[in-house]
Design a binder for this molecule. Structure first.
Ligand code: CP
Ligand code: NVA
Length: 310
């Protein structure tokens, strides 16, 4: 049996594969908007494993699989044997014998890597402590829809050096754009964890205003990610100057867009006038999770579909 292809981090795919995925997403989205059925994954089963909460990821994968002609099964740690100490390797062997593709949201990246090693079917990262590749796939597709190619552009990352930030850094290396990163002291990115080299693709800024200056895309995320709740009070104090507000958007490129993977906390990492303002594309960004992940599942299960791609 050939080893399946997985999507565990952004750099698992090449630039050419991303170009394909973005064009295929456009086609799949257009078809969906015209209410035209597209069932390439008829009779296939997706298993979704959640060790952390979710609204968008669960909804977009479950609806997406249904729209592609297949079905989806939801498992969580609370009421499956996964929460009672069954080894990840054993779970992977069993789950992958009963399904065609698996999506996992969990804690350490090593958990999903161990699962993938023992899985007979493709495994998709639906968020780990280190990465959130499906979200960045949607974010870049959204940028392209609104502003064209992201190549040569500048993304300002304001806030925590977290899973979203790490994934932006991988995307910048692959797709050739820049990330201005501004985090409070003590929350800096670690290039080794992010899996990127010390290239000129990212530049660190102590001052978030300076990171935003001239940026084509300004983005942030919650100050406290899932799994780090015990640090919440300390983080509220440490991140107080890292709120994306109108002043920061003012120094960005006049055409800049604002993104947030959601859920958002207005008045913490972003002011209400920014997230609800004219530069914000957060609802398109959220919707695009559905479309990019349909293209991703189709690609992992049946490969490139050139003939009917617009
Ligand atoms: N952005 C995102 O992954 O949202 P959920 O946590 O709701 O899935
Ligand atoms: N960084 C956040 C993203 C939530 C979608 C978290 O990991 O909780």
């Amino acid at each position: 049996m050939n080893a399946p292809r997985h999507y565990l981090q952004f750099k698992d795919f090449s630039r050419a594969e991303y170009e394909y995925l973005f064009s295929r997403t456009r086609w799949i989205k257009d078809k969906f908007k015209r209410y035209e059925p597209h069932h390439p994954l008829f009779d296939r089963t997706l298993v979704m494993i959640f060790e952390k909460a979710s609204t968008r990821t669960r909804l977009s994968f479950e609806a997406g699989m249904h729209q592609l002609g297949g079905s989806a099964i939801y498992l969580n740690t609370r009421d499956s044997q996964l929460g009672r100490g069954e080894p990840v390797e054993d779970a992977a062997q069993v789950i992958s014998r009963m399904s065609d593709i698996v999506m996992i949201r969990t804690f350490e990246q090593t958990i999903i890597e161990r699962f993938a090693e023992y899985s007979r079917v493709p495994v998709i990262n639906g968020l780990t402590n280190e990465f959130h590749p499906c979200q960045i796939l949607a974010d870049i597709f959204t940028f392209i829809e609104h502003r064209g190619s992201i190549q040569g552009k500048t993304v300002a990352w304001i806030g925590d050096g977290n899973n979203m930030c790490n994934t932006w850094l991988q995307a910048a290396e692959l797709l050739d754009f820049k990330v201005h990163v501004s985090t409070p002291a003590g929350y800096e990115i670690n290039p080794e964890v992010a899996g990127v080299g010390q290239t000129d693709r990212f530049v660190r800024f102590a001052d978030p205003m300076e990171a935003c200056r001239g940026a084509d895309l300004v983005t942030t995320d919650v100050w406290t990610s899932m799994g780090f709740e015990a640090e919440n009070d300390e983080r509220m104090r440490d991140f107080a100057d890292w709120r994306v507000d109108a002043e920061m958007m003012q120094v960005a490129h006049p055409d800049a867009v604002f993104m947030h993977c959601l859920p958002a906390h207005r008045g913490e990492e972003v002011s209400a006038d920014v997230i609800d303002g004219p530069q914000s594309v957060v609802w398109d960004e959220a919707e695009n999770r559905l479309h990019v992940q349909k293209a991703l599942m189709e690609f992992l299960l049946i490969g490139k579909v050139e003939s009917d791609c617009a």
